[in-house]
Design a protein around this ligand. Structure first.
Ligand SMILES: Nc1ncnc2c1ncn2[C@@H]1O[C@H](COP(=O)(O)OP(=O)(O)OP(=O)(O)O)[C@@H](O)[C@H]1O
Length: 408
């Protein structure tokens, strides 16, 4: 039985490859799959199913009747795999299958895939070489639109630009006045959805300049916690949650809170599909602008010039954002959340779907930002992100009574 690992890098046109594959435009080396029944395990499939569930008000993938869109990302992947295996395919394309999965479920997924590898071929599209499944016996690479066969799995080599050591994080010139030392304070916070208990007695204080990693298994409540800080989750009202000194729900506007937070989650990248230059994208981070075309001041232009130099992007500053590789887009979106040096920076699984090289670059940038600025950081990640240097971790430990928080 043939199995493939096909590696992706910053410039790979993964979407194009998948589309071509599904329409029978298959590289010669993989021709054996041409007439077979294949399925796609990917967030693209999930998005389509969520849409269909919404449109027709049905549950296609039933998990005790819970709608797919309300499941945590791990629960969604679990349900999708189950659904696809039930359809007895000849092969399954696995699109970065381990992204967004906690370590325990990654292990479980590996075991499930191993068990099926005798009867189903797997084509694993992988951005991280370390994700390669044990039973893989063929290797390939997608560079831009071109597929090529490789003899073996490639070696890891990460390059961090020199500018990271020679250039400091540029000062934003923006002052955030009257901030208390404790920026976020959760006091005995417990949350349920109906009968389902999600969080149990969470106490968490985030002080100025802290660097936290928020971790926990799939469904343990990480997104729920974030939505109570950054979002407008109605569950937050009535709880003892203090943001920048005010009790949540005590009259402050969502906008007042959002102004003080830099936020990045990979799903945001898709919202910027228009033609914005890299330079404009970064400037928009200083302006809090939704529209991107507020004319920047000279001072702002100077700051962004420094950022471009730091990120080694000066030579391509006028390139349209939507023309860039995923890795570069994510690096820029992360920097965009950083440029105004907000009191609090939230990075929600920022490295999901990135290749090794761009993930290492992003981690290096976050570490540098943590050391050189007063911004408090919450970095959400399932992976033990190689090289990341958080000072503390809030680990959510699930139980029947909801997750409790273990601070390490
Ligand atoms: N609106 C909702 N209705 C019912 N259950 C919900 C709703 N929103 C979230 N949940 C449940 O709350 C639990 C916590 O979800 P949450 O998304 O916060 O977890 P998570 O730790 O971020 O998971 P992941 O790492 O997989 O994204 C999950 O079991 C999820 O199914």
């Amino acid at each position: 039985m043939n199995h493939w690992a096909i590696y992706l890098n910053n410039d790979s046109n993964k979407k194009g490859f998948i589309k071509d594959f599904q329409h029978g435009k298959i590289p010669t080396a993989l021709k054996e799959f041409a007439l077979k029944n294949g399925k796609l395990f990917s967030h693209f499939t999930l998005e389509k199913l969520i849409d269909e569930e919404d449109k027709h008000d049905i549950k296609i993938i039933s998990n005790e009747g819970q709608a797919l869109k309300t499941m945590s990302s791990g629960e969604q992947k679990r349900a999708l795999l189950h659904h696809l295996l039930n359809e007895n395919p000849d092969y399954i394309i696995l699109d970065n299958p381990f992204d967004n999965l906690d370590v325990a479920f990654q292990k479980k997924l590996k075991t499930i895939l191993e068990a099926h590898s005798e009867s189903i071929s797997f084509i694993q599209l992988a951005s991280r070489k370390s994700d390669t499944l044990s039973f893989i016996n063929n290797y390939g690479l997608i560079e831009k639109d071109k597929f090529s066969v490789m003899d073996s799995s490639p070696s890891n080599e990460n390059k961090i630009p020199n500018s990271f050591t020679t250039i400091s994080i540029p000062k934003s010139g923006i002052e955030f006045a009257n901030l208390p030392d404790t920026l976020v304070d959760f006091k005995s916070v417990s949350i349920s959805y109906g009968e389902k208990k999600i969080l149990n007695n969470i106490n968490w204080s985030i002080n100025k300049g802290d660097f936290w990693q928020l971790s926990g298994t799939n469904g343990s409540g990480k997104s729920t916690i974030l939505s109570m800080i950054f979002g407008d989750n109605p569950k937050a009202y009535g709880q003892e949650i203090y943001l920048f000194g005010s009790k949540k729900g005590s009259g402050e506007s969502v906008w007042d809170i959002k102004k003080k937070i830099g936020y990045y989650a990979p799903a945001m990248t898709d919202k910027f599909s228009g033609r914005h230059s890299i330079e404009n994208m970064l400037i928009s981070g200083l302006n809090d602008s939704v529209g991107l075309y507020t004319r920047p001041t000279e001072f702002q232009q100077r700051i962004i010039k420094q950022w471009l130099a730091l990120l080694d992007l000066t030579s391509i500053k006028n390139t349209y954002f939507n023309k860039l590789s995923t890795g570069k887009q994510r690096l820029i979106m992360t920097a965009r959340a950083m440029v105004k040096q907000p009191p609090l920076l939230i990075l929600d699984e920022p490295t999901a779907g990135m290749d090794d090289e761009s993930a290492a670059l992003l981690v290096a940038l976050v570490n540098k930002f943590a050391v050189e600025t007063d911004t408090a950081i919450i970095f959400v990640s399932h992976r033990k992100e190689k090289g990341l240097k958080p000072k503390r971790t809030l680990n959510l430990i699930p139980s029947e009574q909801g997750s409790t928080g273990l601070i390490q």
